[in-house]
Design a protein around this ligand. Sequence first.
Ligand code: ARG
Length: 547
Amino acid sequence: MNLEPLLSDRLAPALEAVAGVWMDPAVRVSPHADFQSGAPLALARTLGRPPRDIAAEVAAKADLDGLAEIAVSGPGFLNLTVSDHFITEALDAMAGDRRLGVPLTGEPRRIVVDYSGPNVAKEMHVGHLRSTIIGDALARILQWQGHEVLRVNHLGDWGTPFGMLIEHLISEGAEGEHSLGDLTAFYRAARAEFEASEEFRTRARLRVVALQSGDPATRVLWRRLVERSEQAFLAVYDRLGVALGPDDFAGESSYQDALADVVSDLDRAGLLVESDGALCAFPAGFTGRDQTPTPLIVRKADGGFGYAATDLAALRHRVRDLGATELLYVVGSPQRAHFQMVFALARAAGWLPESVSAEHIGFGSVLGADGKMLKTRAGETIKLAALLDEAVARASAPEIGLAAIKYADLSGDRRGDYVFDVDRMLASTGNTGPYLQYAYARVRSLFARSDTVPGPVLLDHPAERALGLALLGWEPAVRSAAELREPHRLASYLHDLAATFSSFYERCPVLRAEPAVRASRLTLADLVAHTLHIGMFLLGIPVLEEI
Ligand code: ARG
C-alpha cells in the first residue's frame, strides 16, 4: 500500500480544475497531519491569488470519500488525514498476505549485480566488505520484488601481479599450498623484490607472458592461488551470511579469450587511438584537471590488457550472452570515472543499447575513530576478518556482532563515509542492528505468552493508529530502497517501525486488554514482527527469535 500516490491521484483532478493545468499535488508524509500537500502555495504565484483561497477551493472540490479528510492549514497547506476505516481495511488485507501487500513486479528485469570483487592472493579489506554487504542487500531486495537477479563476483584473478607472485613463489621454493594470509605476505615480499631488482622484474614479466600464453606449469600454480583465495572468500561470505557462491565467481581471467575481439570491435568502430604504443579510447565528456581528454587504456603498450579491457568484455558478455537488461556495479566511489568511461564507450560501441541501463553504485569509505581511512597501527589496511572478529568477540552472540557490522554499513547513505565504532554499532538502543534484533524478539515474545488468536484491527488509541500508518509505509520503503539503490531507506524504515512499535507497546497493553482489543493488538504486533522479519532478511541481518 503506497498512500502517497493514492492520495495524489485522488487530489489531482481537483487541483487541475483549480489550476487550469495538470500538476503534481506532491503529497508527502508530514509531522503536521498524516500527509500534506503544498501545491496551493506553489500555485499562488502563477494564479495571483492568496494560497489559502486556492487551498480552500481545492479542498472543496476534492473527492477523497472513504480515503481521507482534507483541511486547509497554515499559509495554504492541505492537510490529509487518512480515515481509520481505510487504515483498518488495509491492515487486515496486509495481515492476510505473506508479502504484506507488495505484489511481485509485473515487469521483471534481468539484473546483473556485480559486487564483492576481491582480489586473489590478497585478503579482503573493508572496501570489499562494503561492496559485499551493500551488493547483497540490493540483490536480495530486487529479487524479492520479483526481478531475476544474477550475482556476479568479478574476482581480480589476472594480470601482472600474478606473474610477480608466481615468480616469487618459485624462487623461494614455495610452490606448495598456502593460506590466504601467507599468500598476502608473499605478495608483499614479491612486490618489494619487484621494486628492488631489475633481474626479478624481467623474470616476473616473462612469467606474465608464460601465464597468458597458457604455459602449463605456470597455469597450475596460478590455479592453485585462485582456488585457495576463492575458498577463503567463500568462508567470509558464509560467515557474513551473504548469498555469493562458487558459481557466482566470474573472474577477470574468464574474459581473456574475448579481449582481442573487444579490441578489434572498438577499432572497427573507429573508437581507438594509439598513444605511446597503447590503444586508448577517449569517450566524449571525460577530461582531466587541465581539460585534456582522459584516456581509457584498452591495451597497454606492452600488449597486455588491463582492468578497463576486462570490464568492457564483461559488460558485453552480460548484455549479449546473459541477456541482462540492467547492470549494477557495487564498487567504491573512487572507481566512478572508470565505470562512467566504460559505460560511455560501450554505448558508443553498440554493446549497451538504450534499453539496457548501467549504473555504478558507489559508496564511501570506512573511517577509524580519528576520522581517517581505517588502518592498522602499522599503517596497513585493516583486514575484514579482523573487524568481524572484533565485533563478534564483543557481542553476546555471533549473530548480534554480525547484525551490528552489517547494519552500520547499510543504515547510512551509501555515498557517505562512516566511522567504524564497534561500541556504537553494538548498542541495543539507537539506530543499530542489535536494536532491530531486540525489537523483533520482543514482539515475538508476546506470542509465546498468549493463546489469543489475532483478530480484526481496531484503532482506538492514537498509538495504534500511528503504528498502523507506519506499517502501511512498508511498500514505499521497499520500493524506494530498490529504485534508488539505497538500502538505508529500508533500514531507516525498519528502525522507525520498531520505535513506533515500542511507543505503542508502552501505551497500549496487549495481553491485559479485553479480548477484541487484544486480538487487534496482536494483529498489529504480528504485522510488525512479519515486517521486521522480511525487512531484516532483505538487508541480510540475522533474526533471533529470542535474545
Ligand atoms: N577487484 C576490484 C577491486 O578490488 C573490484 C572489481 C569490481 N567490479 C568490476 N566489474 N570492475 O577494486
